[in-house]
Design a protein around this ligand. Structure first.
Ligand code: NDP
Ligand code: MG
Length: 399
């Protein structure tokens, strides 16, 4: 009798041209026959998408920007690559819900990833979730959609992937039943960990995106520098693991070796460790429940010092703002997220100083938090209003 061959997992990779997308394709390429790439999506990086189409031969390539889609179409014709090109936000949702696929890597950056990721949840796909902003903006709705459709949710964010690996395999959202006391999210502390408040306030975009341990997209790199990334991850953990805000703790661990921990009532603390390389959580989720090779070098602990310290919310107010938004509930997390996206974009453009990121989020929360947020429309409206309020606020500030 010949051995039974598992059919390949058929993938759509949203945000394929980004750092998570590139790492995902790297792991996929290490396992010929195990995965089939149905669709890849990007926004602006045409040449990178051409290269990905050449190597991975997807059936569909989406560029959310129409001009980039037109350019991609021309390039693929010239290269005689038989890939269908689509464009626009609706096309992202189409490829995330296509009946041909079973798995979606959700790796678009920002709330722009929400509609397609939420649609994949409604469609009952296996979702590998990197796009934390989806959970921050629409946590309850997203988790309800997962539960209703029977979709499978596997966290890619390294901290949440570590917690997922450290929870019982049959964990179904009841931390008390699992004997869990607390979830410990580790944070590298980012490039400004040891800087004074004054130095942080006037830091440049180049300094902010120079992360000590991880290679990431620009937006999340700035979030890591402000500790907003950890704030977003606190909210992400609340929804992913059905945790009470008081059960989520943050610990600065500059070496980024311990990726996060679960503290149990008997005093046990389980952690996942590894070299800081996103291919580990990506491979874990791609292969789940099997372990597959990720191309990551083995962790060398001999002679290493691991240290832990408390986060400083006075120098990094964004972390406290995220805890506050989580406590406030309703539309607050959506407002926080949108204000942060606008402020980070203005900061990266050199238009406003680093200190204005926290200031403009605080301003938006003061102006808008407290509104209802039970439907997707409520949340998208909160997102739009926060973008408007923050844009106006930042026009009064000069870099
Ligand atoms: P990148 O900026 O490197 O990539 C973002 C991807 O999204 C690119 O493919 C980009 O296209 C695409 N994109 C950007 N804007 C839009 C839009 N408006 N509509 C559709 N697509 C768009 O980000 P990362 O890969 O670093 O991060 C992706 C997500 O994963 C983020 O939510 C981040 O927080 C999360 N994450 C990332 C980690 C990391 O190590 N990088 C770790 C944990 C979580 P193009 O480049 O073609 O313009
Ligand atoms: Mg993370």
């Amino acid at each position: 009798m010949s051995p039974v061959r598992t059919p390949p997992r058929v993938l759509t990779i949203l945000g394929a041209t980004g750092t998570i997308g590139v790492n995902t394709l790297d792991v996929v390429a290490r396992h010929p026959g195990r995965f089939e790439v149905f669709a890849l999506t990007g926004a602006t990086q045409v040449e990178r998408m051409v290269e990905q189409c050449r190597v991975h031969r997807p059936r569909i390539a989406v560029m959310s920007e129409p001009a980039a889609a037109a350019a991609l179409h021309q390039r693929l014709l010239a290269e005689k690559l038989p890939v269908e090109v689509r464009s626009g936000a609706d096309a992202l949702t189409e490829v995330a819900t296509a009946p041909e696929i079973d798995t979606v890597m959700a790796a678009i950056v920002g709330a722009a990833g929400l509609p397609a990721t939420l649609a994949a949840a409604h469609a009952g796909k296996r979702i590998l979730l990197a796009n934390k902003e989806t959970l921050v903006v629409s946590g309850q709705l997203f988790m309800d959609a997962i539960a209703a459709s029977g979709a499978e949710l596997l966290p890619i964010d390294s901290e949440h992937n570590a917690i997922f690996q450290s929870l019982p395999r049959d964990f179904r959202g009841d931390l008390q039943q699992a004997g869990v006391n607390a979830l410990w999210l580790t944070a590298s502390g980012g490039p400004f960990r040891t800087l004074s408040a004054e130095a942080i306030a006037s830091a440049t975009p180049a300094q902010a995106i120079a992360h000590p341990n991880w290679v990431m997209g620009k937006k999340i790199s700035v979030d890591s520098a402000s500790l907003m990334n950890k704030g977003l991850e606190v909210i992400e953990a609340r929804w992913l693991f059905n945790a009470q805000p008081g059960q989520i703790r943050v610990l600065v661990h500059p070496q980024s070796i311990v990726h996060s921990m679960v503290e149990y009532i008997d005093g046990s603390v389980l952690a996942q460790l590894g070299t800081p390389d996103m291919r580990t959580p990506i491979a874990y989720a791609l292969g789940f429940p099997e372990r597959i090779a990720a191309g990551v070098s083995a962790l060398e602990l001999m002679g290493r010092q691991l240290s832990f310290e408390a986060p400083d919310t006075a120098r990094f107010p964004c972390l406290q703002l995220a805890f506050d938004a989580l406590a406030a509930g309703g539309n607050a997390a959506a407002v926080l997220n949108a204000a942060n996206e606008v402020a980070v974009e203005r900061f990266l453009a050199g238009a406003v100083p680093f200190s204005q990121i926290a200031a403009s989020i605080a301003h938006a929360l003061e102006a808008l938090a407290g509104g209802a947020a039970t439907t997707l429309d409520d949340l998208l409206e909160a997102d739009r209003q926060a973008r408007r309020v923050t844009t106006t606020y930042l026009e009064t500030v000069r870099a």
